[in-house]
Ligand binder design. Structure first.
Ligand SMILES: [Zn+2]
Length: 285
């Protein structure tokens, strides 16, 4: 058996078609993840418009990450991007039909499983990383932050959440590539919401495709639709979202990333600052 070399670029072996419904729009949605040559990166394609999955194409960060270009938009890209990131897929052309990426079970599980089922192809060119040598911390007005610093090994991330809520107060999770399994420990973590928030989300036209199977609903005394997949499923989902949004940097990082009370808006603000800070790292193969 050929040993998989993590340091060569990778793509999918053959096209992978995934259908479902948008978690926010509730409308039918379809993606096809196609193989792509070296140095393509992750490219979205919709209605004849192609654009890279990069932070300069983010057009909205309300409850999900929406990307767009030339009038075409794609909502809720983060779980699919997380699966691509987690499995080390560098190059793919993701064709999208519909307003949103399929929500599936609210996690990245099916994306990851379907990619693994069809197989990953190791390509001919080495992967390029940005090795972080400096530090950067970006905060929001609610006390949340995302910070990055050098990592002695490859890539690690730490996520923490904190709520003033009777049931969900604090959770924290650490992930180190090579030590933890993205497929088993991160990908299955479903999105979550607070019971009190649901009416508000629906009023804003969000969460229309949400149901008791694709979101962990947290009431004041506990999870209303258990059992959960992990005791700390919410913070694992936050990690899943973070890994997805980090893909929008356009190059994998060798760094330690820490996120506290963060979300899509802060992730994107962080990535914009990181992109501006050229001296923070060096590109290596
Ligand atoms: Zn999410």
């Amino acid at each position: 058996m050929k040993r998989r070399n993590r340091d060569m670029q990778q793509t999918v072996k053959e096209p992978i078609e995934i259908k479902g419904y948008g978690i926010h729009t509730g409308k039918p949605a379809k993606v096809v993840i196609n193989p792509a040559p070296e140095d393509t990166g992750i490219l979205f394609k919709k209605e004849g418009v192609s654009f890279p999955a990069t932070v300069d194409h983010v057009v909205d960060v309300t409850n999900a990450t929406t990307v767009g270009h030339e009038g075409v938009t794609i909502r809720t890209v983060e779980h699919l991007l997380s699966a691509l990131h987690g499995l080390g897929i560098d190059n793919a052309v993701v064709e999208v039909e519909g307003e949103e990426i399929p929500g599936l079970d609210g996690s990245a599980k099916e994306f990851a499983e379907r990619i693994l089922e069809k197989g990953i192809k190791v390509q001919e060119k080495p992967r390029r990383y940005l090795r972080i040598t400096g530090t950067l911390r970006v905060e929001n007005e609610k006390g949340g932050f995302v910070e990055i610093c050098p990592d002695s090994g490859g890539f690690s991330a730490e996520c923490a959440i904190e709520y003033n809520h009777p049931f969900l107060k604090q959770q924290k999770v650490r992930f180190r590539r090579g030590e933890h399994s993205f497929v088993d420990e991160v990908a299955p973590a479903r999105t979550y919401c607070f019971y009190e928030e649901i009416a508000h989300l629906l009023k804003r036209g969000l969460g229309r495709g949400g149901n008791i199977k694709n979101a962990v609903v947290i009431g004041k005394d506990g999870v209303l639709n258990g059992p959960t997949r992990f005791e700390d499923e919410p913070v694992r989902h936050k990690l899943l979202d973070l890994l997805g949004d980090l893909t929008l940097f356009g190059m994998p990082l060798k760094a330690e990333v820490r996120a506290y009370k963060a979300g899509h808006a802060l992730h994107v603000k962080f990535l914009n600052e990181l992109a501006k800070k050229k001296e923070i790292g060096k590109v290596e193969e």
